[in-house]
Design a protein. Structure first.
Lengths: 723, 213
């Protein structure tokens, strides 16, 4: 065997070994990928989720992952094959020469020398070895003795059989699984039933996924259809067609239920209606007509149910408000004109509006009535508008005593024949009869305030002295009258002086009020038959804290003036100016003394503090017993049932959020009509659940709203009782 | 103690008395009595009258009150009658607590009232901070509590470490303070809730000492 042929044969074995490494790497990689696929699919199947199918994003992800694993395995194999060269291949062959023990390494030595000579021709030692006849003969003998193809087959079997069998098994499981899922009967169905343990379920039906909701408003509304995604509740005007579309098998049961209090089972049953879903393309659809109230659509498939709440609302009649005339009136004559203005609005769209007048004529038991329309206007589905008209009163040919009732009415586009119209409040005006002209109703105006004259003690004294001079020429009656007038002014001035005294002593501007001994209400002065006197309690040498003796001393002249005025007033009331004049002079002198008195400006008077010993020692009137908590009143039956359902929903939140949301959605629409506050509170719970947040506080508030519990906020100074 | 004696004790509550003297401004701390009364009621079970009295120092009415409080800013000159009554009051076991409202050892009140005290009761000597006055109810380890006026540098800008006293038979007869408790304690008792530490506790010690020693 010449050198070239020998090297060629060794190279062939090397290529076979390289392919073997690549094949094993690919098979191991495939085994890993299939194992992962089976594990994930099995977990999903155990959880009841839909299994993987070949399409969609899942397929893309799975394919990408498989390619990544294969690429990694190929790179790893490539790195390993770099070590497989001719010399190592020769060694591998010589290891399979079972007849030469121990190995002669002749083939390895010769191949190594040949490779070295081919790479570097000047290598004399390599040349010598390569041209050694003995070595060549020994290498040829090794090749002749070794069954290289057989060794390659055995190696391939050892390296590839295990991974190949694993891959085959995994593929078999996948194929069988696909057959089981695709066929509801036969062997596959039996396998499915054995796997799922559900004899009734022919195949693992996927639960209801996302659906599409389409609302077609009634034709008279002329609205485009509304499309919604996977919503839980929709609003629809009564008469709208609500279409629900979904994918996958047709739901097994679809029930429409009018929402209401479900206490009466029979009544609840009467409110239920079974809807028939139909196939549509690769999915299903079901239709229903929205009513005036809320309706729930419950769909069941694969042992699971979903709920759609349709918040139906009625098309309300137009709202009309009569702006002019603003009030009823009576006209003297049937002439002139009257401006009429009304505003109209509707939730869907207005059709027509006009003013309507009812003229009543007659007297006694004979009356006639006629209806007049004016200011009619058509609307092009506007939601709001204004109608105006000018009423020519003369054109109505009214006579005295006629009554005109005026109102505005509006209709919307609802096609029902018995559709109600909206109307405003009614104004009326009347043509007065001649006999009514004699009636005059004038409300009296309040009298003007009387100017208050300024008086002084000196003026009063001068008036009294003047009266005293005139006294001989005056009749007793006139004297009494004039004297009493001066006495009245004197009393007024005395009260003013008294107010000053009391204000200084006690801060009380009207000190002339009842006092009694020991009433604890001491100004430092006391009234004795109308006059003021120093209080006897201050006569001693020991003074209480905050005593007022210095102030009393300062006010002494005013006290004298007050008492003198009292005496003067009493004399004047008796018609004796002669006797009043000395007292009035004393009063004037006292006032003058007060004016010229030395002013002492004391610092601010501190408050008189009397310690409440019992309060300080926390030993007041409180018995020490705390307020007992009163048991709450039992909820009415309807609220009690709602409370129970609220509790159920709260318990469901931790386990099945979608079920809790359905319960709350139904509860909310039930309460919309009779308990909007509770409905809003339940809506807040739904919002909290929608945000995946903590709904505890919202649940608590909803329960409080239901029970009518009113809690006040804790004040800043309280101990912060949690609400 | 017989029941009649118990009743006699029980019906005589402590009355906080402010000494009213002819010279000077004896009523310069109008809120202090109520504050001290509040503290006595708050911390002790002593029967106490809810309102204090002002007693002329020239009147023998002072003999009815075991503790007399005297303060002011202006020079103090006791009249002969006042000195006589005060001397007899102290001999009978009364305790006169004098506080310098100026918080100024160079002030007119300080100089004059100490002269008057020396003339009436004898010289004032420093009272040790270990005196039983500081343990008669609350414990003040460091002697008399410091006032905010001392800390803020008002008056003589000094922190007085101790009080002065005239002792008679081992008992305080006249207690003299330059710490200006007249300002420190002169606020409405309702405002105590704004204090983290009630600064009127030392007044309780003073009252308890006057009543029990």
């Amino acid at each position: 065997m010449n050198d070239t042929r020998l090297l060629s044969r060794v190279a062939g074995v090397r290529r076979a070994l390289t392919r073997l490494v690549y094949a094993r790497a690919m098979l191991v990689a495939g085994s890993v990928a299939l194992s992962a696929w089976l594990v994930v699919d099995g977990v999903r199947l155990a959880r009841g989720s839909a299994p993987f199918t070949g399409g969609g994003s899942v397929g893309v992800v799975a394919g990408s992952a498989l390619l990544a694993v294969l690429l990694a395995a190929w790179l790893r194999a490539r790195r390993r094959t770099r070590d497989i060269n001719d010399v190592r291949t020769a060694l591998w062959i010589e290891e399979r020469d079972t007849d030469a023990r121990p190995a002669s390494f002749a083939l390895v030595t010769l191949v190594e020398a040949l490779v070295a000579r081919r790479a570097f021709a000047a290598d004399l030692s390599a040349r010598a070895i390569a041209e050694s006849p003995l070595l060549q003969a020994s290498a040829s003998a090794v090749l002749a003795r070794t069954d290289v193809p057989g060794a390659l087959r055995r190696s391939a079997k050892n390296q590839l059989l295990g991974p190949a069998l694993f891959v085959a098994g995994a593929l078999s499981v996948l194929v069988v699984g696909a057959l089981v899922r695709s066929g509801p009967s036969g062997i596959a169905g039996s396998v499915s039933r054995a796997v799922t343990g559900d004899s009734a379920m022919a195949a693992p039906i996927p639960p209801l996924g996302a659906w599409q909701v389409r609302i077609d408003a009634p034709a008279y509304m002329r609205r485009a259809p509304q499309q919604f995604g996977d919503v839980q509740n929709v609003g629809a005007v009564s008469g709208s067609t609500v279409q629900l579309r979904g994918t996958g098998p047709i739901p097994e049961q679809v029930t429409a239920r009018l929402v209401g209090d479900a206490a009466d089972t029979l009544a609840a049953a009467r409110r239920e209606r079974v809807l028939v879903p139909t196939a549509s393309g690769d999915g299903w659809q079901v239709r229903t007509i929205a009513t005036d109230g809320p309706v729930t659509i419950q769909l069941s498939r694969g042992g699971r149910a979903r709920l759609l709440v349709i918040e139906g609302r009625a098309d309300s009649i137009p709202a009309v408000s009569l702006l002019q005339p603003a009030r009823d009136s009576v006209f003297r004559a049937p002439e002139g004109s009257l401006a009429l203005v009304a505003s109209v609005r509707d939730d869907i769209g207005l059709a027509t509006a006009r003013f309507e007048l009812i003229v009543s004529s007659g007297e006694g038991e004979r009356f006639t009535a006629r209806t007049v329309a004016m200011g009619a206007r058509r609307f092009a589905d506007d939601r709001a508008g204004t109608i105006r008209a000018t009423m020519d009163i003369a054109a109505l040919e009214l006579v005295a005593g006629d009554i005109v009732h005026l109102r505005a009415i509006a209709r919307d586009a609802h096609p029902a024949s018995n559709r109600e119209y909206g109307s405003s409040e009614t104004r009326s005006f009347r043509i007065a009869r001649v006999a009514e002209y004699d009636s005059v109703a004038v409300e009296p105006a309040p009298p003007p305030e009387v100017d208050k004259s300024l008086l002084s003690q000196r003026m009063l004294l001068m008036l009294t002295e003047k009266l005293e001079k005139q006294r001989p020429s005056l009749e007793r009656k006139t004297l009494m009258s004039e004297s009493i007038k001066i006495a009245r002014d004197q009393a007024r001035l005395r009260q003013a002086v008294g107010a000053i005294v009391f204000q200084r002593l006690s801060g009380d501007v009207s000190g002339e009020h009842a006092h009694s001994v020991g009433d604890g209400h001491d100004h430092g002065v006391e009234q004795q038959q109308g006059k003021l006197a120093l209080s006897g309690s201050n006569a001693g040498g020991v003074l209480e804290e905050g005593d007022d003796s210095p102030v009393i001393a300062i006010n002494q002249p005013l006290l004298e003036a007050y008492n003198a005025m009292w005496d003067a007033g009493r004399e004047l009331e008796q018609g004796s100016p002669t006797s009043a004049i000395p007292h009035m002079r004393l009063a004037l002198a006292a006032i003058e003394r007060a004016r010229s008195a030395e002013r002492l400006y004391l610092r601010g008077r501190p408050p008189t503090v009397i310690i409440d010993i019992a309060k300080v020692r926390l030993a007041g009137k409180d018995s020490g017993t705390t307020n007992t908590r009163r048991e709450r009143d039992a909820l009415p039956p309807r609220e009690a049932r709602r409370a129970a359902r609220l509790v159920v929903a709260a318990q469901l939140v931790t386990g099945d959020v979608s079920a809790a949301r359905d319960t709350l959605a139904v509860l909310r629409v039930e309460a919309l009509g009779d308990s909007p506050a509770f409905a809003a509170a339940v809506g807040a719970v739904l919002d909290a659940l929608g945000r995946n947040g903590d709904a505890t506080e919202a649940f608590v508030r909803a329960r409080r709203v239901l029970g009518g519990v009113v809690r006040t906020d804790a004040s800043a100074w309280s101990r912060g009782v949690p609400r | 103690m017989s029941d009649s004696m118990k009743d006699a004790v029980a019906v005589e509550p402590f009355v906080f008395a402010t000494a009213q003297y002819e010279s000077g401004d004896w009523d310069s701390a109008p809120m202090l009595p109520a504050n001290v009364i509040d503290s006595v009621a708050r911390y002790t079970s002593l029967p106490v009258r809810p309102q204090g009295v002002s007693v002329p120092l020239s009147s023998e009415a002072v003999f009815a009150y075991p503790l007399l409080f005297l303060t002011g800013h202006l020079p103090v000159r006791f009249t002969t009658r006042e000195a006589d009554v005060l001397r007899r009051y102290l001999v009978r076991g009364g305790l006169l607590f004098v506080d310098d409202h100026n918080h100024d050892v160079d002030g007119a009140f300080h100089k004059t009232v100490r002269e008057e005290i020396r003339r009436v009761a004898g010289p004032l000597v420093p009272l040790p901070n270990t005196h039983e006055l500081y343990r008669s109810f609350f414990v003040f380890e460091n002697g008399p509590p410091t006032t905010s006026h001392e800390m803020n540098g008002w008056g003589d800008n000094l922190v007085h470490e101790q009080l002065d006293a005239v002792l008679r038979n081992g008992r305080i007869s006249v207690l003299y303070s330059s710490k200006d408790y007249s300002s420190e304690w002169s606020f409405h008792p309702d405002n105590k809730r704004f204090l983290s530490v009630d600064n009127t506790k030392f007044a309780v010690n003073l009252v308890v000492y006057a009543l029990t020693r």
